[in-house]
Design a protein around this ligand. Structure first.
Ligand SMILES: NC(=O)N[C@@H](CC(=O)O)C(=O)O
Ligand SMILES: [Zn+2]
Length: 451
């Protein structure tokens, strides 16, 4: 990683169809200007950087006693209040044979779902966050934006071992590995890793688009050989779809990427399997539909639940900040329609992205929402509100495997219509705490053990 003086503005070469010039950034590892964000508390603060003392104190002591099991399996309260809307929801699920009523409590049983987009990080954070995902999902696509990034098959294989070591005993969970494409990616290593079963896919981060993307691809032209080899091998390309140029409004970067990069790339590689990760706009939905024979889209819970107002509700809300950023209401509605449509090309990908609290509640806070402890519950809230619980299994458990050419999981999970205990911070020993989605709230829905 190149070094630079903190606080100095850098400009990467701009131009043509290449990605963008860099712009001033936090020194959390998102640029070449400082220490990488490993999720760990910086040992020695940099002047003016995220390591500096925060201007406020945390009033809450770390209260996290929660284990994944406690968050997911207990039912602290009786049945959630159901109005007429809820009754319609259950009618549609009942007609699919997914619905049961056990006394007063309604439940939904579906094939065990998969999460097609997670960030596990490494070290102490990895150890604490993997169990949350492993208890809810059968498999997960693991993103490679570590520091240093996972750029070879050997690095992905070693990372997979570290993840496997963090899976709780008796839990059946398979991490599916990816590599991080750079301008220097070796197509031979990539294709060999795919055919050996180590790599499921490769991730394209436009340089400087998001967390730890400084080593990402500077111009599509530089990876054309790689894309041709992937197309030939049927290896999926996973794309962070934003064009991070200084002159492009942050809310327009997805659309700009589609027009300037993705459509031309799909035209040049018409058989390349592509997942546009975490789509956030109506244009993202339309792109997936236009190329439905070979393009999929993951959708996060936060982009289904919130519009961009959530970033500023009564003040700046750093835990709502992620990339791509939350968008306008019209886009949220388009995403909800797509996710609940049952269409095969839309599937679950949480983009759970843990960053330590002190790096989120910071003068230059990191991007990412940590949703793993409440992932299924968050999606179910949306599907229930939309009256589409009958479509949840397709979105969560069937469409993803079909896109990746895998079988759906055989195991089933049951989720009950009861409130979980209050969602608490997650303590990372020696590092600090993580603030999950729904923090401090009682969460709708509870998972009971897999069947
Ligand atoms: N989604 C985020 O806001 N952040 C992700 C990276 C990413 O997926 O963009 C992270 O790794 O923190
Ligand atoms: Zn991500």
């Amino acid at each position: 990683m190149a070094t630079g003086r903190p606080g100095r503005r850098r400009r990467a070469p701009s131009g043509g169809s290449g990605y963008p010039r860099a712009f001033p950034r936090c020194r959390h590892g998102r640029s070449e200007d400082g220490p990488a964000n490993t999720g760990a508390r910086p040992r020695s603060p940099l002047p003016g950087s995220c390591g500096a003392a925060l201007p406020w104190r945390h009033s809450r002591r770390s209260t996290c006693r929660s284990t994944p099991a406690a968050v997911l399996t207990a039912s602290a309260a009786g049945p959630a209040d159901r109005d007429g809307q809820g009754a319609r929801d259950w009618t549609s699920a009942r007609s699919m044979g997914l619905f049961r009523r056990m006394g007063d409590v309604a439940s939904l049983t579906i094939r065990r779902p998969d999460d097609w987009h997670v960030h596990f990080r490494d070290g102490a954070v990895l150890k604490e966050v993997v169990p949350f995902t492993a208890r809810q999902f059968g498999r997960a696509i693991v993103m490679p934006n570590l520091t240093p990034p996972v750029v070879t098959t050997a690095m992905a294989a070693a990372y997979r071992e570290r993840i496997r070591a963090a899976i709780p005993a008796g839990v059946d969970f398979t991490p599916l590995m990816t590599v991080y494409l750079t301008d220097g990616t070796d197509p031979k290593d990539l294709i060999a890793g795919h055919s050996d079963g180590v790599l499921t896919a490769a991730k394209l981060y436009p340089a400087h688009a998001t967390t730890n993307s400084a080593h990402g691809v500077s111009e599509i032209a530089r990876i054309e050989q790689v894309l041709a080899a992937m197309e030939e091998a049927g290896m999926p390309l996973l794309v962070h779809g934003e064009l991070p140029r200084e002159h492009i409004d942050i809310f327009d970067r997805e659309r700009a990427f589609i027009d300037a990069v993705l459509e031309p790339m799909l035209a040049k590689f018409p058989r390349l399997k592509v997942v546009m990760e975490h789509i956030t706009t109506a244009e993202g939905v339309a792109l997936v539909r236009r190329h439905r024979s070979h393009v999929g889209g993951t959708i996060t819970p936060q982009h289904l639940l919130y519009n961009r107002n959530a970033l500023f509700q009564g003040g700046v809300r750093p835990h709502m900040y992620c990339l791509p950023i939350l968008k306008r209401e019209q886009h949220r509605l388009a995403l909800r329609q797509a996710a609940t449509s049952g269409e095969a090309n839309f599937f679950l990908g949480t983009d759970t992205a843990p960053h330590m609290r002190h790096l989120k509640e910071n003068a230059c806070g990191c991007a990412g929402v940590f949703s793993a402890p409440v992932a299924l519950q968050a999606y179910l809230k949306v599907f229930a509100e939309e009256g589409a619980l009958d479509k949840f299994e397709a979105f969560a458990s069937l469409n993803g495997p079909a896109f990746y050419g895998l079988k759906p999981n055989e195991a089933r999970i049951t989720i009950t219509d009861t409130l979980s205990p209050t969602c608490e911070a997650v303590n990372i020993p020696g590092e600090g705490e993580l603030i999950p989605l729904f923090h401090g709230e009682q969460v709708p829905w509870s998972q009971i053990e897999s069947a």
